[in-house]
Structures are given as structure tokens and as C-alpha cells.
Design a protein around this ligand. Structure first.
Ligand code: BES
Ligand code: MN
Length: 444
């Protein structure tokens, strides 16, 4: 194993699960480790406290006559459950079949560590980086970056930059360099459905009392039309339609056709708003998804109970033009309007983030394309992404800089799921990509 991989493994061994307060000290230890890595590289590194998890910022000595690039990443990870489905323990990384297996390999430790290693190589060879660089690695991305927006506002001047580079997205197929120029936004809602004052015998009372689980099912069903379109009034208002050049371009993207999509997801057919390919639906159309539902008896065998309550969790993915707060209110209004008689709903508003998109043909976009071509030996494909990194649009609004998304996670990387993995070849090419990117940006 190379020394670079050994160091990535150290990074991956921290169980930095940001959502789980039992892991708060692991998150912090991971941040301390990052600060030490940056310091060893010769950068000026700082750990910034927040109300929750620390933010790590590192920079070289800045010079006024050079451009500044901010490299964003996150060192927090998603929970590992169901842990029994992992083939090797999530925080004991190992290499099998050309892949690094472990939580955070692709999302996002492996992907930001290549930028650290790329910069380190240049520093070792040249003694300095060819432009001003700021690394900003946060510990709360997976919980919606609650403390990063106030941090950006407070440190706006020190974080001023011309362009942002992020590797926290996907690569459409092995060997196909991918530049992302869009992300979907998000807004989440949790619903509790309350019925009788306590669980009831389903024979003694059933038939005369509204059942919260049935009501939850009706509410969930009301969110979509039979054809897959979202039925919430006003949901599609202001959606910016995808453009013909994008549809034509995406039709040529390897790994992005419906057949590949069915293979990687294991689903039997594309299902969603009629008239779009799977890639178009994911990259450029909004959706409402049920993330979880529950209520009543979940154990073995039968239990004749009429549950007192039921619940479900929703997330909407949004596209440019949609306002997350407005969509959240529209969904809530829809749920209130469709609540069946005999139950009461209680709504909890979850986190939100705006969609993002930029022009992949800008001078910065072209520099990123050149860097990808030089490091992977092939011109990149240009895509938008179905996932969300809300802070990217916040950085656009607060720092005024666009983000180049140089994705390195393959379709089968299983982020957020058991057996997350990161291809060793992308780790290695990623280091070269990062060096090439810094060089290209310094030439602008
Ligand atoms: N890296 C992902 C987002 C992503 C993955 C974008 C693949 C494009 C392709 C990020 O860490 C993530 O999971 N984001 C969350 C955001 C949420 C918690 C606010 C998401 O998309 O669910
Ligand atoms: Mn993630």
C-alpha cells in the first residue's frame, strides 16, 4: 500500500458521524487530525469551533496578484446502519478488487483528500502553490451545514475567492471524467399522524375509529398522480425547464442511459414524471420522496391493534427556479388539505437548501475541463447531479464564487449505504487532477 493510501486510511478510521451525538468526540478528533495534516503540508491551519462540529480552514501565504481558489469538502459521514450488511467493518478500511471499502471513502474523505495530496505534491516540488488556496473542510455537511452559513458570513473577507473547487459528486462511469455544473436543492418535512388517545384493540374499536396508519398511507398516496407527477399544487411553479442542448448532450453520456440506470439501481423500470429519461428526471426535475414511514406493530406475527399514531418523513429534491421555503409550505398546505377526517397531523419542518447551477463553459469551467482531460486522458462529460450540497449555493450568494464540481464517486460507490467504496484508480487520478486543476487555474 502506498503511503498516500495509508494516510487516507487514517482519515477513514475516524467514525465521524455528525448526526449521532455519541460520536461528537470522534468528529472532533478527526478535525484535529486534519489540522495536523494541513500543518505538516506547510499550510497555515486552523480549527474553528461552532455550536456543534468544528470547521477546518487551511491556507498558503496569499499574494495579491494571484487568483484564489477555495477547495471545499466535508469530513463528517453518514451513519453506518444496517451495519450487519457490511462485508468489512465500516471504520476498518481495506482494499479489495481495486476499491477502498469503508464509510467516507467516497463521501467525502477520499474525494477531498486527493486535493490535499495534490497540493502537497506541488508544495514538495515547488515550495509553494501556484495560486492562493483556501481549504475549507466542514464537519456538518451530512446534517445540512447548520453552522457553516453564519461562519461564511462572519469570515466573508478571509474566505474571499475567485472560484471554488469541490469533489463531492459523481463520475458517470469508470474512466469517464465528469464535470458537474448543477445540484438539486432539498427541503424536508416530517409528519406525525395522531388518532385515538392510545392504542386500541382493533376488534373492539376498529371500524368506528379513524386509523392513523391508514391516514398516513392516504396522505402519502395523495402526493403523486398515478403517472408519477407530483400532485402538490404549485410544486412545478417556477421550475426552469431543462434545455435542448443539455438533453442532447446527456443522451450521449456513457453510463447515463436508462438501461445502465436500471442495472445500477436494480429497479425494473424507469418511473417518474412522464416524458423524461432517468438522467433527465434525476438531474433536472424535482421530486417528492418518502424517506421513512411507520406506525403500529412491526414485530413478528400478528397483533390486532389500531395504533394511536403513525409517522412519515419526506424530502423534496428541487431544481433551479424553485424556492425551498415555498415548496415546503406548498407541501404542508397539501398535507393539511388532504388529512382525512378523524385524525390530526403534526408537522415538523426539516432542513432546506437551494438548487445550484453554473455555466460549465465559463473560463473557470473550461479550466476544470482541461484539468480533467489532462489527468484522465479524455474530455470530460458535463452533467448535473441529483444529490444536494446546499452550501454550494450559499457560497455563491455569500462569497460570490461559483463551484467547479469534479466528481470522483462511481455509480456503484454506495454512498450513504452499506459497503461504501472509492476506486483506487480514482484516488490516484484524483491526485493528478487536483494538481492539474491548480495549474490550470493559476494560468487564467
Ligand atoms: N456528496 C453528497 C451529495 C452528492 C452525492 C451529490 C452524489 C451528487 C452526487 C452529500 O454528502 C450529500 O449526501 N448531501 C445530502 C445533503 C443533505 C443532507 C442536506 C443529500 O444529498 O442528501
Ligand atoms: Mn453525503
Amino acid at each position: 500500500m502506498t503511503p498516500e493510501l495509508e494516510r487516507l486510511f487514517e482519515h477513514l478510521r475516524f467514525p465521524s458521524i455528525s448526526t449521532d451525538s455519541r460520536h461528537a468526540s470522534d468528529v472532533r478528533a478527526n478535525a484535529d487530525w486534519l489540522v495536523a495534516q494541513f500543518a505538516k503540508m506547510g499550510l497555515n491551519a486552523e480549527l474553528h469551533e461552532t455550536a456543534q462540529h468544528p470547521i477546518v480552514v487551511a491556507r498558503n501565504k496569499h499574494q495579491n496578484d494571484r487568483k484564489t481558489v477555495l477547495i471545499y469538502g466535508h469530513y463528517d459521514v453518514q451513519p453506518v446502519d444496517p451495519v450487519e450488511l457490511w462485508h468489512s467493518p465500516p471504520f476498518e478500511p481495506e482494499i479489495r478488487d481495486g476499491k477502498i471499502w469503508g464509510r467516507g471513502g467516497a463521501d467525502n474523505k477520499g474525494q477531498h483528500f486527493v486535493h490535499m495530496l495534490g497540493a502537497e505534491k506541488i508544495l514538495q516540488e515547488e515550495g509553494d502553490l501556484p495560486l492562493n488556496v483556501i481549504f475549507l473542510i466542514e464537519g456538518e455537511e451530512e446534517i445540512g451545514s447548520p453552522n457553516l452559513v453564519p461562519f461564511l458570513e462572519k469570515h466573508k473577507a478571509e474566505l474571499a475567492c475567485d472560484i471554488i473547487a469541490v469533489s463531492d459528486t459523481g463520475m458517470v462511469a469508470p474512466g469517464t471524467p465528469t464535470l458537474g455544473y448543477g445540484l438539486r436543492g432539498i427541503t424536508c418535512v416530517e409528519v406525525k399522524v395522531h388518532g385515538p388517545s392510545g392504542d386500541l384493540h382493533s376488534g373492539v374499536y376498529g371500524g368506528a375509529v379513524a386509523n392513523p396508519a391508514s391516514a398516513a398511507a392516504r396522505l402519502i398516496a395523495s402526493l403523486h398522480q398515478d403517472d408519477g407527477r407530483v400532485a402538490v399544487e404549485g410544486f412545478y411553479d417556477n421550475v426552469i425547464p431543462l434545455e435542448d442542448w443539455e438533453r442532447e448532450m446527456w443522451a450521449q453520456v456513457p453510463g447515463a442511459n436508462d438501461a445502465d440506470f436500471l442495472k445500477v439501481t436494480g429497479s425494473s423500470e424507469v418511473f417518474g414524471e412522464p416524458g423524461y429519461s432517468a438522467a433527465e428526471l434525476i438531474w433536472a426535475r424535482p421530486t417528492v420522496e418518502v424517506n421513512g414511514m411507520g406506525g403500529g406493530y412491526q414485530g413478528e406475527g400478528s397483533k390486532t391493534v389500531l395504533p394511536a399514531e403513525a409517522m412519515f418523513k419526506l424530502s423534496c429534491r428541487l431544481v433551479p427556479g424553485q424556492n425551498p421555503d415555498q415548496v415546503q409550505e406548498a407541501v404542508i398546505a397539501h398535507l393539511e388539505k388532504h388529512t382525512p377526517p378523524g385524525v390530526r397531523i403534526e408537522i415538523e419542518r426539516g432542513h432546506s437548501g437551494k438548487a445550484y447551477h453554473n455555466d460549465p463553459h465559463s473560463v473557470f469551467g473550461k479550466a476544470a475541463q482541461t484539468a480533467l482531460e489532462k489527468s484522465f486522458g479524455k474530455a470530460p462529460v458535463l452533467i448535473r447531479e441529483g444529490g444536494s450540497i446546499p452550501i454550494i449555493q450559499d457560497m455563491k450568494e455569500i462569497l460570490g464564487a461559483d463551484s467547479l464540481m469534479l466528481g470522483l464517486a462511481l455509480p456503484d460507490c454506495q454512498i450513504h449505504a452499506p459497503n461504501e467504496n472509492f476506486a483506487v484508480e480514482n484516488f490516484e487520478a484524483g491526485i493528478e487532477m487536483s494538481r492539474a486543476l491548480l495549474t490550470e487555474l493559476s494560468n487564467l
